[in-house]
Design a protein around this ligand. Structure first.
Ligand code: 4NP
Length: 162
């Protein structure tokens, strides 16, 4: 399965989502491709925000090698599942994708844990380190739900050693 995580800047939230899901998929022995992108081009080529890097590292995940890229309409064809971090991002994905937009493969990330509620992952860009920890925690829960949904017999990576 090929999964794309999308936020506005591809600097704070979606790099964390990429790093977290990629880590869980690898630990679960799943041959997945996980990538991320931003709907804006403000930070193209830059590594993730220093606080996203720090919080990931504190949780044992290295996202320092990631480089920001912008979402493009062809991503709609190249990926099986595309997760938007918030409602504005979802609408931007729809706008950028144009006639290629596929609502069947696009969803808000937090609908995996709050089905149908269309809850946003809050943008920590103007926040503190605490906000980045909160964002990490909610994305981590959503990624556990994704792993359990698509690889149900694995029951999440925490149970793999049984
Ligand atoms: P992200 O956060 O979408 O989670 O990467 C933001 C990053 C940068 C900006 C806004 C949000 N910005 O305005 O530059």
């Amino acid at each position: 399965m090929k999964v794309l995580m999308v936020c506005l800047g591809n600097i704070c939230r979606s790099p964390l989502a990429e790093g977290i899901l990629d880590d869980k998929a690898k630990k679960a022995g799943l041959d997945w491709t996980v990538d991320s992108a931003g709907t804006a081009n403000y930070h193209v080529g830059e590594p993730p925000h220093r606080l996203s890097q720090k919080v990931a590292k504190l949780n044992g995940i290295d996202i320092s090698k990631q480089a920001c890229r912008q979402f493009k309409k062809e991503d709609m064809l190249a990926f099986d599942k595309i997760y938007a971090m918030d409602n504005d991002v979802y609408n931007d994905i729809k706008r950028i994708s144009g006639d290629l937009f596929n609502p069947g493969k696009t969803d808000l990330l937090l609908n995996e844990i709050f089905p149908g509620e269309n809850v946003d992952v809050p943008d920590p860009w103007y926040g503190t380190e605490r906000n980045f920890h909160e964002v990490y925690s909610i994305i981590d829960k959503a990624c556990n739900a994704i792993i359990e949904k698509y690889a149900p017999t694995l029951k999440g990576v925490g149970h793999l050693n049984n």
